[in-house]
Design a protein around this ligand. Structure first.
Ligand code: ZN
Ligand code: ZN
Length: 305
């Protein structure tokens, strides 16, 4: 399973319809948050993401992307969490998040581990990596790419039998990438009975950024790109000034990277309910499927063949 839920899709300030930025990304048994704006925990309840968060990945430390973690950590503590929680983000993650741990007079009931990451670093998780990539914002920032491990290629029982490997434990060994020895002392290698490994899924979240090569590189061939879309064509100067992207620019990044699907988020309040032009502008640049995220939008990504 790989499921992304948008907890908030508004830039800088919340509106009636849109909360501040937050994403819940569930992959198999692990739940990650990417950014955690104010109000994220209530959105998690609304949209049923669960609270069993394994780690929080921050893109940068503008207040609209991380203040929600203060209250959320208190809730987890009151709920009796004991497992440690890992927080990852660019500098000054340590300085800002450490303060947050002591906000409120009660101590947290679980350990919080703060990790400052630089672009290019990857966080190893079960069956996947979260890779921090360089973005271009007004403050130190990264985007996050969830990159699943490759899966073994398809197993061909007929080839195994023809090679003299009987059905049983040795089939499992081959499927797990180990060579086996058959009667007569001959070695059968995994590649004799398996197709080439199949790639895993890639989900890329740009965070706040100008269009930049870091995102294009990280999103190359991605199943899904979620990109900053704070402005439309009419606000291009504002986008430059504030280091955000327009819908058109997000569309270009998606096209250059050759992603399968683009979702636009982090909308300026002026587009709160009038986002159709953003969609049109992105579509002029990117031929694939595009949508404008709304709070609660939940995307399931199927495994590629
Ligand atoms: Zn923002
Ligand atoms: Zn920002």
């Amino acid at each position: 399973m790989l499921r992304l839920t948008f907890l908030g899709t508004s830039a800088a300030q919340p509106t009636i319809h849109r909360n501040l930025t937050g994403h819940a990304l569930r992959r198999e048994r692990e739940l990650f948050l990417v950014d955690c704006g104010e109000g994220s925990q209530r959105q998690m309840i609304r949209f049923g993401t669960g609270f069993d968060v394994a780690a929080i990945f921050f893109t940068h430390f503008h207040a609209d992307h991380y203040l929600g973690a203060i209250g959320f950590l208190r809730t987890l503590s009151m709920a009796g969490r004991t497992e440690p929680l890992d927080l990852y983000g660019p500098r000054p993650a340590r300085r800002l998040l450490e303060v947050m741990l002591f906000t409120g007079t009660e101590r947290l009931a679980f350990e919080v581990r703060i990790h400052e990451v630089a672009p290019g670093e990857a966080v190893r998780r079960d069956g996947c990596e979260m890779r921090a990539f360089q973005t271009d914002h007004r403050t130190p920032s990264v985007g996050w790419a969830l990159v699943e491990d490759a899966r073994p290629g398809r197993f061909h029982p007929d080839r195994a039998l023809a090679a003299g490997v009987p059905r049983g434990d040795q089939w499992g060994a081959l499927q797990h990438g180990r060579a086996v020895t058959v009667a007569g002392g001959r070695t059968v290698r995994p590649e004799d009975v398996l197709d080439a490994p199949r790639r895993g899924r890639i989900v890329v979240l740009s965070g706040d950024t100008r269009p930049c090569p870091g995102t294009v590189e990280a999103a190359r061939g991605a199943d899904l790109l979620v990109h900053d879309c704070t402005f439309g064509d009419g606000e291009q100067p504002r986008a430059l000034e504030t280091f955000h992207a327009t819908a058109r620019e997000a569309g270009r990044v998606a096209r250059e990277a050759g992603v399968a699907r683009l979702v636009l988020t982090h909308l300026s309040t002026r587009y709160d309910r009038e986002w159709q032009p953003l969609l049109d502008q992105a579509r002029e640049e990117f031929p694939g499927p595009v949508e404008v995220a709304s709070d609660g939008l939940t995307l399931e990504l199927p495994l590629p063949d």
